[in-house]
Design a protein around this ligand. Sequence first.
Ligand code: 4NP
Length: 187
Amino acid sequence: MSVSVEKRHCAAIEEEDNQQYKIKRINCVHFKMTKKILMICLGNICRSPIAEVVMVDVVAKAKVSDVVVDSAAIGSWHVGNRADPRALSTLQQHGLKSTHIVRQIKKQDFDEFDYIFGMDEENMSELRRLAPKGSKAELLMLGDFGLPKEKRIIEDPYYQRGAEGFEVAYQQCVVACQAFLQQRLQK
Ligand code: 4NP
C-alpha cells in the first residue's frame, strides 16, 4: 500500500524576541504533537482568512506553542486567490497581514485537523455533511466562544458595500479566538 502525504502549508509561529513574532508557513502534516486549527467560511476570502490571522496573533501573544492554523473554503470560486482587499486592509489597520492563498476544504482535513471552525450555521451544516464518519476533527462554530448569543454568527461581509462588515468580523474573531485559547489551548 502506498501512502501519499500531501503538502499543506499552515501558519506557525516563530518567535524572534520577547515582543516580536514571525509567521512561517510549514507543512503541518508531520507535526503530530501540534494542535491544528482550520478556519472555514464559504469563500475563504473574507472571514476565515481574518480568523486564521487573528488566531495566530492571539496564540503568539499568549506564547502558546505547538499550534498551527490554516483556513479553507466550502466553495471553489476563489481557489488560488488572496483574501479580499477589504479583509487585507482591515488586518493591516490592526498591524496584521495575511499571506494565505485560497484553497477548498477536502476530506483529509477532517482527520488532519483537531478543530475545524465554521463562521455561521450554513458553514456548520456543510461541515457536518462533508465530514467522513468517525473523523477526528471537532466541528465548532467560532462565535460560540466568548460571544453573546445574539452576536455568535460571524456574518458574511462579502456582499456588503464598504469594509465595516470586515471590521465587525475582525472584532468578533478577536473575542472568540481569545476565549477559545483560554478554554481549550491553555488548559
Ligand atoms: P467568505 O465570504 O465566506 O467570508 O469568504 C464570501 C466570499 C465570496 C463568496 C461568498 C462568500 N462568493 O460567493 O464568491
